[in-house]
Write a new protein. Sequence first.
Length: 182
Amino acid sequence: MINVISTLLDDVKIIEPIVYSDDRGFFYESFNQKVFNNALGFEVKFVQDNHSKSTKGVLRGLHYQQKPYEQDKLVRVINGLVYDVAVDLRPHSKQFGKWVGVYLSDQNKKQLFIPKGFAHGFLVLSESAEFLYKTSEYYEPKSEISIKWNDPLLNINWPDSQIITSEKDNAAISFNKFKEQI
C-alpha cells in the first residue's frame, strides 16, 4: 500500500509507503510495480536503478535527458536528508519553468515521482546522504542537459547551505539557453 500525494506541479507526486513499525524496527515495501502503476493510474516501467552517496552541501542537478531518452524517475533517500527539486521543462505546459521542492529522508521515507519532461536536482542537508532512484530509460550521456541550479529565472528557493557542485554542473546552461534549444 502507498499514499500518493499531489504537488503544486501536475504529474509530480509524493509517494508515501505504508510503514509497519514496532520496537524491533520497521518494514515497508519500497516498490511494487503493480501497486505503483495502479496508484498513479498509468503504467511506468523502470529499467535502471541508481545509487549515489554525497556529503553535506553537495548539489546535483538540474539534470534532464532529452528525447528520445527522457526519463521518469522515482527517487528516495535511504540515509540522510536531501531537498529534492523537480522543474517542469515541458514547453507546452502551463507550468513550464515552475518548480517544486520536497524534503526526502530516511526518517520520512517519502519518495518523489518525477515524470518525463522535468529536470531534477537535489541538495544534501545532512552530513551525508544515500540517494536511490529508478529510471524508465537508460542513461544516455549525449542526451543529458544540465541547467544552472541557481538560474535567476527559475528562482529555486534552495535551503541555506555551502553549495558544492561538480564541474559538469558548474558548466550548466542557463534556463534561457535551454528555451532557445527547444
